[in-house]
Design a protein around this ligand. Sequence first.
Ligand SMILES: Cc1cc2nc3c(=O)[nH]c(=O)nc-3n(C[C@H](O)[C@H](O)[C@H](O)COP(=O)(O)O)c2cc1C
Length: 189
Amino acid sequence: MNLAEVDASAWAELEGAAANPQSAFRYLNLCSVDAGGRPQARMVVLRRVDVGRRILEIHTDVRSPKWQEISANPLVTLLGFGPQPKLQLRLQGSAELHGPASESAAKAWSLLPGSTRSTYMGGPPGDEIGAPPASEAAVADAEGRAFFGVLIFRAETLDWFQLRHADNRRAVFAYDKLGALTSSRWVNP
Ligand SMILES: Cc1cc2nc3c(=O)[nH]c(=O)nc-3n(C[C@H](O)[C@H](O)[C@H](O)COP(=O)(O)O)c2cc1C
């Protein structure tokens, strides 16, 4: 594979993962920095990929600590690993947050199944478990919608690392604001 093919294959992998719950890259580690400068990491589901614009979409609860952290500092890293072949994708970029009132959130919410919508009901993530959430479906749906946010990540760089027996390979790529590939090179693993 040449560099262009490596870049294309990595993005094809991500695009496939957004559609396939069985893909290893379906679950990514989203890393941000909190107000105290401490690194924070958590798994998230990759919901949508726009390969041309190098955009990844993630859904979250706007009451979660990550939402506050990323509002204050939009620089984030997404880390993924696929076992076959052993491939690490490390994407650095910035995140745009689209709250419950946004068009992005309205559109994404309209496409969510009821089971996923229900995960946005209940108390704020990380708080003590309190009273059980309202059981009536309509109330539950409306409540969940009010806490549903969309995170749009735009990749600025991709660090591609393939672990191979005695022959590791690593390449780094950079993209401009529109998603065009601006540089690519092999580096020492
Ligand atoms: C496999 C897996 C997938 C997850 N997907 C998401 C997700 O898509 N969005 C999300 O907000 N939290 C998701 N979580 C929960 C987060 O990892 C995290 O625990 C939670 O969002 C609170 O994070 P925070 O306190 O850093 O804001 C997922 C957890 C697991 C184990």
